[in-house]
Ligand binder design. Structure first.
Ligand code: ADP
Ligand code: MG
Length: 440
């Protein structure tokens, strides 16, 4: 522990806004405070789009916040922080470099001599369990091994702070779990050449499994809404009732604070292009509603219990639950999900009726659907290019979320037969019969 008690990092009253030409600035972070001390693992837990990656870049000194203070060991940060290394979800390896060369890259910026570079990268590669793969290329490795390379590249610089941005979310469940426990084992044995770890995740169980402290991040704009200490010793057991209770509590916190936002959003005639839609397929929606209305749930289920029964990761169920609630098919209440009358009607209906109920829900709750259909209807050829809607979405969200939202609205609109979409031409249009009626 640092004897002087000066935190490794402290972020005070931080705000990040992105300028938008066509509309009001997008405030991503507001009033964010965060302190990291040596010797701790801290998890930053929040849903997609809440600003976690943005905050991570600010902590690393890669992005200067619109306002607020970032201090490293008590001194203001003015550029990329020394002594920080990052691990990304996407691994970010160079395909044309071997494992060893990818790992050594971490050292080049530090001007370490060739011999030392080799020795240190070998050390990092062995530590992380990749001994013998020094000469392999990324494409020859499994996803789990690639992420081990990403870890070795971060560790080889012996950073004070290891920043991890959803490092396990691109891996399958078992591989992710092995990596988590390997990392915690190394940390507990004092073998990791780092002083502190900040891990960003949207996975509640991952946070409870790994962290000493969890910062629950709220969205719109992002801020640290809750802080929880995790009192369990390592190795932790997911099935321990106290562990389960903590996961449940956090679940409650994360669903509780969402509810009022949804209501205010619908009340205030929302901008159709300002809301991220989660990529939740209609099959999944139907499956969940059917399960929920039947035995043993009979319309009401504890979300973590339902996740376990359906073999979902708990965090996969959160966007699904939110989507159902947004569409008016279910309500979320303190970690429970309760089917609504409309949800029940949908679950009981046959395919054609389901499409109609879904179309009605979309028209009522997803203004984007109406906006797209409106443009198609106005055009004499009944076609509208996707790019125009993508641009409008990008006024309010990053290109990735805009794409995700567009893909989701396409699949929902097709299912509900509100419009057609031509993949090749990237155009919205109407179903053939509709079109013939109105053409010529
Ligand atoms: P998270 O990592 O929690 O998913 P991000 O930090 O990636 O969230 O993004 C937070 C919000 O900021 C999102 O709404 C995203 O669309 C927006 N955003 C991120 N980067 C940019 C950017 N360079 N320009 C405009 N908006 C951005
Ligand atoms: Mg992110």
């Amino acid at each position: 522990m640092d004897q002087t008690n000066i935190p490794l990092v402290s972020v005070r009253n931080c705000r990040q806004a992105y300028h938008k030409e066509a509309s009001a600035d997008l405030v991503v972070l507001d009033n964010v405070d965060l302190t990291l001390h040596e010797g701790e693992i801290v998890a930053l837990l929040g849903r997609s789009g809440s600003g976690k990656s943005t905050l991570l870049r600010i902590v690393a000194g890669l992005l200067k916040p619109t306002s607020g203070e970032v201090n490293w060991r008590g001194k203001p940060l003015t550029g990329p922080a020394p002594g920080v290394a990052m691990v990304f979800q996407s691994f970010a390896l160079f395909p044309w470099l071997t494992v060893q060369e990818n790992v050594e890259l971490g050292l080049e910026a530090l001007r370490v001599k060739k011999d030392d570079r080799e020795e240190r990268s070998e050390e990092a590669i062995d530590l992380i369990g990749l001994g013998g793969y020094d000469g392999a290329y990324p494409k020859e490795l499994s996803g789990g091994m690639r992420q081990r390379v990403g870890l070795a590249r971060a560790l080889v610089v012996h950073p004070d702070l290891l920043l991890m941005d959803e490092p396990f979310s691109a891996l399958d469940v078992l591989t992710a779990e092995t990596l988590r426990t390997d990392l915690i084992d190394l940390w507990m044995d004092g073998k990791l050449p780092v002083k502190s770890i900040l891990i960003v995740t949207h996975n509640i169980e991952e946070a409870v499994l790994m962290a000493d402290r969890i910062l629950v991040f709220s969205s719109n704009p992002g801020r640290v809404a809750h802080e929880l200490k995790v009192p369990f010793a390592h190795p932790r057991n997911r099935f321990d009732p106290a562990f389960r209770e903590m996961v449940d509590d956090i679940y409650g916190i994360m669903t509780r604070r969402k509810a009022p936002e949804v209501h205010t959003a619908t009340a205030a005639a929302p901008n159709p292009f300002a809301h991220v839609l989660h990529p939740v397929g209609t099959n999944l929606i139907a499956g969940l509603l059917e399960t929920l209305k039947s035995e043993p749930y009979n319309g009401r289920a504890d979300l973590p219990a339902l996740a376990a029964a359906l073999q979902f990761e708990v965090d996969e169920l959160l966007p699904l639950g939110e989507t159902l609630s947004m569409l008016g098919f279910a309500e979320l209440e303190e970690g429970d999900i309760i089917i609504t009358e409309t949800g029940r009607r949908f679950a009981d209906a046959e395919t054609e009726d389901r499409k109609e109920i879904f179309a009605e829900a979309l028209r009522t709750h997803v203004p984007l659907i109406g906006a797209i259909r409106g443009v198609i209807d106005q055009r004499s050829n009944h076609r509208a290019a996707a790019v125009r809607f993508r641009d409008q979405l990008e006024d309010h969200m990053s290109p990735e979320y805009a794409e995700e939202t567009l893909r989701t609205v396409i699949s929902w609109g097709r299912y509900a037969e509100i419009f057609e979409y031509d993949e090749e031409a990237q155009q919205f249009g109407l179903e053939e019969e509709d079109e013939e009626e109105t053409e010529d």
